[in-house]
Design a protein around this ligand. Structure first.
Ligand SMILES: C[S@@+](CC[C@H](N)C(=O)[O-])C[C@H]1O[C@@H](n2cnc3c(N)ncnc32)[C@H](O)[C@@H]1O
Length: 276
């Protein structure tokens, strides 16, 4: 096993190969000029798999025979951006607490509220909702599903174990004390919250598994990485998944306007959601 990685600039053809691979496997667009990103993110994959350099790793994928399929998925996984935090952007969570969920309870008493956190990364978004429900709607029947392309982040989300720096971001101290237990330098989320969320691997650009009809879908900070045609296809499929009267939440830099006019932006408190 090689431990000292040779640092050499990424060859242009190697960069193009990775760019095309990522586009094909995940729809993620990496622009020229982002070679450093590929180099740094693939350095660990190269070391772990015994390649002398990132170029050698990529050349094995380009020209080698009998490549283990895990090498491709490990490469794609390493190139995803998994940035997330608890209660990210706050306003959508306030809108859920103050308007969307009370409206659901009033209109559908006794029904189960289905929520999908798509591209959930390490689970902070889905667990934020689970904590919000435990705090404010303890008797409401709910099903929360979190999905992501990356097996690494799904494993982390299922484990519900977070570093100090992660619980310092966005999580109110009151909820940290109430729903987490310190485990060495990490924090373990309570089983009562963990059990409320189901995490699964799912690639948004591959055929979708059967999903429950969802009253709330959050698909935030992922479509920014996709080209317009991919966004359009995903929104088209979301039309089938969103329950009548359901709410779609996107990231602050994302919109359906200009992509799919079937969705109408609706202000809810200080947040914007989209409805059919
Ligand atoms: C920046 S994170 C956003 C996490 C969370 N939604 C949030 O807003 O905090 C983007 C996530 O999208 C996932 N992702 C990227 N391409 C994907 C695809 N084609 N299918 C499913 N998930 C994907 C990545 O693995 C990553 O965890």
């Amino acid at each position: 096993m090689t431990t000292d990685l040779q640092l050499a600039p990424l060859g242009l053809d190697n960069f193009r190969f990775i760019r095309d691979l990522l586009q094909r496997e995940a729809a993620i667009v990496i622009e020229s000029g982002k070679e450093y990103l590929v180099e740094t993110r693939l350095a660990r994959v190269a070391t772990r798999n015994g390649y002398a350099s990132v170029n050698a790793l990529i050349e094995q994928m380009r020209f080698g025979t009998g490549i283990h399929p895990n090498l491709i998925s490990e490469t794609v996984d390493a190139l995803t951006t998994n940035e997330t935090l608890f209660f990210r952007d706050a306003n959508p969570f306030d809108a859920l607490r103050d308007q969307i969920i009370p409206e659901f309870c009033a209109k559908r008493p006794g029904a189960t509220l289905n929520i999908w956190s798509a591209a959930s990364s390490t689970g902070q978004e889905a667990y934020s909702i689970a904590m919000l429900l435990a705090e404010h709607f303890p008797n409401l029947s709910t099903r929360i599903v979190g999905t992501d392309l990356s097996p690494t982040v799904i494993a982390r989300a299922r484990a519900g174990l977070y570093q100090q720096i992660e619980v310092n971001r966005g999580l109110p101290a009151k909820l940290l004390i109430k729903y987490f237990r310190q485990d060495g330098t990490n924090w373990q989320i309570a089983d009562s919250i963990r059990q409320r969320v189901e995490f699964r691997e799912m690639n948004l650009i591959r055929p979708w598994p059967v999903l429950p009809s969802c009253h709330v879908v959050l698909i935030r900070n992922v479509m920014i990485y996709f080209d317009i045609e991919t966004r359009r296809q995903i929104l088209r499929q979301l039309r089938q998944v969103l329950a009548p009267g359901g709410y779609l939440g996107l990231g602050g830099a994302e919109t359906t306007v200009t992509v799919d006019p079937a969705f109408v932006p609706v202000p809810v408190g200080r947040a914007t959601f989209y409805q059919l």
